[in-house]
Design a protein around this ligand. Structure first.
Ligand SMILES: Cc1ncc(COP(=O)(O)O)c(C=O)c1O
Ligand SMILES: N[C@@H](CCOP(=O)(O)O)C(=O)O
Length: 412
């Protein structure tokens, strides 16, 4: 039995029973009005006691805090390692830890959201699930749909890295390459899904996807209770907001005494959330970015955070403010340097969007936001294996050697 109390509108506070509403608050005509799932926390507390004594398994370890009524779809999302990262810490001047989300079943933290959204879809009797994606949500929705026996339709920008377009097809999904940006793909997916009755997983409108994403916050609370900072890349901003929700809930439930500060990182080519955060902090509207307004020109090699219309910007900014955190912007060169640093120092092959978080730590230390020696958890959100073309820019050339060893460098 789920312990969901109600779904509450982030914008106007109206509350709904789960059976009465599927996506956003009906009062706002699809503009904002994301619904937040609220629980009966006293009952959750009793159920959770036994769970927290044991090891963290997959994300369904936290079933009392998930809005799914039994028989969840399982593929192994969650329960990822928190790695000590001494070499990375030396390079950055902090006490570094890496939360390795690259080992999720389809290669990114998006599996957490898909696990819950697909479980909900199946319980509600949907036969087709859909989402717009820059690649990772695509793979995770397709993988989970395959496990659940559901059909899957994916809308992606047509210039996606090749492996990101292949992976969901291998799981049996139909991939529609949209001649446009992620924002275009999102709008088209929203319209077509509504017309055809497909269940839309996109976290910008689906209240259940973020519930899965927040299990990363539960794990961080358990694994790194003394962390000063948690650092995450921001595209739509939903992953960071979800982590904050999870951290806050574990504080509320008495699992931890304190919460870390959040550092949100964006790429120079796609700074909408950063702009809004700075504008709100400055109490001016310079660079402000109203929800739903179109801003063309997002462009960065970190394709997963190449988002010009971040529908969760408000939630992300609120999370940054509530945590006493901050936001930084990094360049593509800094991202590629950081990608290599993370690989060389800790053996984690993360995609550019994830490496942006490492670059963000460096930027935050340089400007004095993060103090030397503080404990900093960088979330490696997705594997680099899906985008070797970007990683190619970060590494040296292969050294050509003939079969007799001719060409082997003397000083190797
Ligand atoms: C690997 C990776 N990191 C970070 C993000 C950003 O997450 P969000 O859009 O929830 O801010 C994404 C989104 O696709 C991603 O795939
Ligand atoms: N960049 C994301 C966008 C969709 O993810 P969501 O969880 O915010 O709906 C991706 O495609 O991975």
């Amino acid at each position: 039995m789920t312990l969901v109390e109600a779904l509450a509108c982030e914008r106007c506070g109206r509350r709904y029973a789960p059976a009465d509403v599927e996506y956003t608050c009906p009062e706002h005509d699809g503009v904002g009005g994301i619904l937040d799932v609220r629980y009966e926390y006293d009952a959750v507390s009793d159920e959770l006691a036994g769970v927290l004594d044991g090891p963290i398994g997959d994300l369904w370890t936290y079933e009392p805090l998930l809005p799914v009524d039994g028989d969840p779809v399982r593929l192994g999302a969650g329960g990822t390692d928190l790695l000590d990262a001494p070499a990375l810490g030396d390079a950055l001047g902090v006490d570094a830890l890496v939360k390795n989300e690259t080992t999720n079943p389809t290669g990114s933290n998006k599996d957490r959201g898909s696990a819950v959204a697909v479980s909900r879809a199946r319980q509600q009797g949907h036969e087709v699930v859909a989402c717009a994606s820059t690649g990772n949500a695509a793979a995770s929705l397709a993988g989970y749909a395959a496990r659940a026996g559901l059909d899957c339709r994916i809308f992606v920008p047509a210039d996606l890295p090749e492996a990101k377009a292949v992976q969901p097809r291998l799981y049996g999904a139909t991939v529609l390459g949209v001649d446009g940006t992620y924002a275009d793909a999102y709008e088209l997916c929203r319209e077509v899904s509504a017309e055809r009755g497909w269940y839309n997983r996109n976290a910008a409108m689906n209240p259940y996807a973020v519930e899965g994403k927040r299990t990363l916050g539960f794990e961080l609370a358990e694994q790194a209770p003394a962390a000063d900072w948690v650092v995450m890349p921001m595209g739509n901003g939903c992953s960071l907001a979800g982590v904050w929700k999870g951290l806050r809930e574990f504080e509320r439930l008495g699992v931890v005494d304190d919460t870390p500060r959040l550092l949100g990182v964006q790429a120079e080519g796609a700074t909408a959330i950063y702009d809004r955060f700075v504008a709100e902090s400055d109490d001016s509207d310079a660079g402000a970015f109203p929800i739903g307004e179109r801003e063309d020109g997002a462009d960065t090699t970190a394709d997963s955070i190449d988002v010009s219309v971040p529908h969760n910007a408000g939630k992300a900014c609120r999370a940054l403010v509530e945590s006493g955190g901050d936001a930084v912007v990094v360049s593509d060169d800094e991202i590629l340097d950081a990608q290599r640093l993370l690989g060389e120092c800790e053996g984690v092959f993360a995609e550019p969007a994830s490496a942006a978080a490492v670059a963000g730590v460096r930027a935050a230390v340089e400007r004095g936001t993060v103090a030397p020696g503080e404990q900093v958890v960088t979330v490696a959100t997705g594997t680099g294996l899906k985008d070797s073309a970007s990683a190619r820019e970060a590494v040296d050339d292969v050294i050509s050697v003939d079969a007799a060893g001719e060409g082997l460098p003397e000083d190797l």
